[in-house]
Write a protein that binds this ligand. Structure first.
Ligand code: ADP
Ligand code: SF4
Length: 701
């Protein structure tokens, strides 16, 4: 049976080629530009990361944002550059890798304008009218305000874009972007809040769109008819503004530029709405903003929306919303998504859960990590392929104790390698922490971490599952597996927190609870105080949940925001809105100091000023400790292990070091990859390409 004949006719439309200006995309799967955290410092890591998506069937694979000039410098965030010939060679590695699989390579040329602080280049940021982006969160704050561009600056910008496009051609790219989105420079010209100019570039919508038009024109000229010119544009704000000649300013912009670009790549305006977390936005959440574009242009339109369902994709095309199915997260979670649909294996798609750990990696300044796909970012450095694993190097059998995210991933990868695997869990259902957490508001989609692994495990005859089996060291010795993996997770503690920002002494008095107690069904008498110094999603989600089932709930955190770390995952604005909707009282910069069963004494983190909150139940979401007693019990029985022919006992996931689900999955995968492999290097270290003595020859703007 040929591959093509396996395509479900319902999904065949997804495999139509699409003409984009002078080039042809082999199918409708389009990996839109997305951040990878892989700068030009990691050229091989980056090339392999993008290559795998082409190998998995994405017909177009793009870079993330690539700076065209040192006046667009986002350091220390991990941005890519196209400033000199080293950069050309660096990107050419990616282009060649993508081309090897017959896909098109796109490059997102980028100027950040007033939204970058030029911390490294020390040039004054550029902007239409000197209006700065004054972010409220410290991660994005800067002390450098932009200057207003004069006409000479505009001329230079056009030349940088043209030169960027020429370099992009030399690197071999097929699609070259003009990027007018997400608060970056051309976008700033579109919006009157940033653009207060009184010359030909400001005022009317025709004037505000002029720069974008000129950027497209110079890019087209530089592309010389060999590469397509794509316009990436954010339409959320513009769509909200009534137009003078049309329904909205977004309609006016699209009408004015209509067929000028070869491709419209349409999106939202800010990361939290553009890369919306599944907790607060469903699949295809962009549609109400971008649904009109196709009616106003004859050029193909690509857009995103965390598409993982082929039915949703087909519906987008049939209903005339999109021509190309954009994927960023979907392509990270499953680079082989297109091939799986093509081969009639839709059920094998490793669906993105919308947790946004991937985008947090960019905020952290490191290569992309993914909760669902532990191989993301590891394709080159560890030589991990998302679909292929090395065959088992022995006939060893492995017992995995604990079927949470790490145990499930470990058993699955070991099973794929061909080992005889037994996976046991004391609970009647697998999933570990997900069993409870997916019942909290907005978190059901995260259950895909468990469901996908269980569905894949069901296809492996060499893996046996034993739910409802609590194992102790004696039983494990009797089972005589060659290797034992302990994936028994972690437990929340009742630790409080000091002004030094470290957990201190347990508060073991009646009325104090942990998330494990709530998971076990404890009923918390109101009023409840949730004290969160874990700072990720769980404290906020539990406060929301408890307010819904019993209220009133107060939420106390030493951080400046609720669920403070979720700024990294684009969830934080919505967490605050959700807590407000649930009438949860917020106490930031505060820590619970004492609790007597009726009152929680809260101290300001900086001043120690005390507030007393009525409290019958105190829920502490703070420190998790490894549940590693089983591991230590086994490790202490050296001679017995030998007699039972157990060659190794290893602790993975939260039982080794508690963390987010992404780390547990990675830990399970890492163990399974390494078993019976000769002592391997930790990972390969990438180095920038520096063939040419690098200097930047550009007039100081
Ligand atoms: P991780 O995130 O590391 O996978 P979890 O806490 O999500 O950790 O999952 C740990 C799993 O281990 C839970 O499902 C728990 O029921 C199971 N478990 C803990 N101790 C034992 C044990 N002694 N025998 C079998 N299963 C266990
Ligand atoms: Fe999806 Fe989460 Fe993976 Fe990002 S990290 S691609 S949101 S599963």
């Amino acid at each position: 049976m040929s591959l093509h004949s396996a395509v479900n006719p319902r999904y065949a439309v997804l495999f139509d080629p699409v003409r984009i200006g002078p080039v042809i995309a082999p199918n409708r799967f389009y990996q839109v530009p997305h951040a990878s955290g892989m700068t030009n410092a990691l050229p091989h890591v980056r090339a392999r990361f993008r290559e795998i998506k082409a190998e998995g069937g994405w017909g177009v694979v793009c870079t993330g944002a690539v700076s065209i000039h040192p006046s667009s410098d986002d350091a220390p965030l991990p941005f890519a550059t196209l400033w000199d010939e080293n950069d050309v060679r660096s990107h050419a590695l990616t282009v060649d890798a993508v081309h090897r699989h017959g896909s098109l390579a796109g490059i997102e040329l980028w100027h950040g304008g007033a939204s970058v602080m030029n911390r490294a280049s020390r040039l004054a940021p550029l902007s239409p009218s000197g209006v700065p982006w004054m972010a409220t969160h410290v991660g994005f704050m800067g002390n450098q305000r932009p200057r207003a561009m004069d006409e000479r600056d505009i001329g230079r910008l056009l030349e940088w874009q043209a030169e960027g496009a020429r370099k992009a051609r030399r690197a071999g790219f097929d699609i070259i972007y003009v990027y007018a989105g997400m608060g970056y420079l051309p976008y700033e010209f579109l919006l009157p809040e940033y653009n207060r100019r009184t010359d030909a570039y400001g005022g009317s919508i025709e004037n505000r769109v002029r720069l974008v038009r000129q950027l497209i024109e110079v890019t087209r000229e530089a592309a010389g008819g060999n590469a397509a010119v794509a316009l990436r544009i954010s339409l959320e704000e513009l769509r909200g503004r009534p137009g003078r000649h049309a329904e909205s300013e977004a309609h006016e912009v699209v009408t004015l530029l209509a067929d000028l670009p070869d491709l419209w790549d349409v999106k939202m305006d800010s990361s939290p709405t553009d890369c919306a977390p599944s907790r607060f936005a469903p699949e295809a959440s962009h549609e109400p903003v971008i649904d009109f574009v196709k009616r106003l242009t004859s050029r193909p339109v690509v857009g995103v929306g965390r598409f993982t369902s082929p039915d949703t994709m087909v519906s987008q095309i049939r209903r005339g919303v999109l021509d190309l199915i954009g994927g960023a997260r979907a392509s990270i979670a499953d680079p082989f998504l297109p091939h799986k649909i093509r081969e009639g294996r839709e059920q094998d798609i490793r669906e993105c859960i919308g947790c946004n750990i991937c985008i947090s990696s960019w905020h952290d300044g490191v290569p992309v990590r993914c909760t669902q796909n532990p191989t993301a970012g590891e394709e080159w450095r560890r030589d991990w392929h998302p679909e292929r694993v090395a065959r088992a190097a022995s006939d060893a059998s492995v017992l995995v104790v604990g079927g949470g995210p790490s145990g499930l991933e470990c058993a699955l990868t070991l099973g794929r390698r061909g080992y005889a695997v037994t996976l046991a869990d004391s609970a009647r259902e697998f999933g570990g922490r997900l069993r409870f957490e997916t019942r909290l508001p907005g978190l059901a989609t995260w259950g895909r971490v468990r469901d996908w692994r269980l569905s894949q495990l069901a296809q492996l005859s060499n893996v046996t599952l034993y739910p409802g089996n609590e194992l102790d060291d004696e039983q494990i010795l009797e089972l005589e597996h060659t290797h034992v993996v302990v994936a028994t997770g972690a437990r929340w503690s009742r630790m409080l927190y000091s002004a030094m920002e470290v957990p201190i002494a347990e508060l073991d008095v009646p009325g104090v609870y942990t998330p494990d107690d709530v998971a076990a069904g404890a009923t918390l008498e109101a009023p409840v105080v949730v004290f969160d110094f874990d700072n990720y999603y769980l404290g906020g989600a539990l406060a929301e949940h408890l307010a819904a089932v019993g209220g009133p709930v107060s939420y106390v955190t030493p951080a400046g925001h609720a669920s403070a770390w979720t700024i990294m995952t684009n969830e934080q604005p919505q967490v605050h809105r959700a807590l407000a909707r649930a009438h949860v009282a917020l106490h930031t910069l505060s820590r619970v100091h004492a609790f007597d069963g009726a009152t929680a004494t809260v101290r300001n983190q900086f001043t120690d000023v005390e507030t007393r909150l009525p409290c019958r139940s105190l829920l502490i979401v703070g420190l998790r400790r490894p549940n590693d007693a089983l591991y230590h019990a086994l490790a202490a029985r050296g001679d017995d292990l030998k007699s039972a022919h157990i060659a190794s006992v290893t602790c993975i996931g939260d039982a080794s070091a508690p963390g987010a689900i992404v780390h547990a999955v990675h830990s399970g995968h890492r163990y399974a990859r390494a078993l019976d492999m000769p002592e391997a290097e930790l990972y390969r270290r990438d180095l920038p390409i520096s063939d040419v003595a690098a200097r930047i020859y550009a007039a100081e703007p």
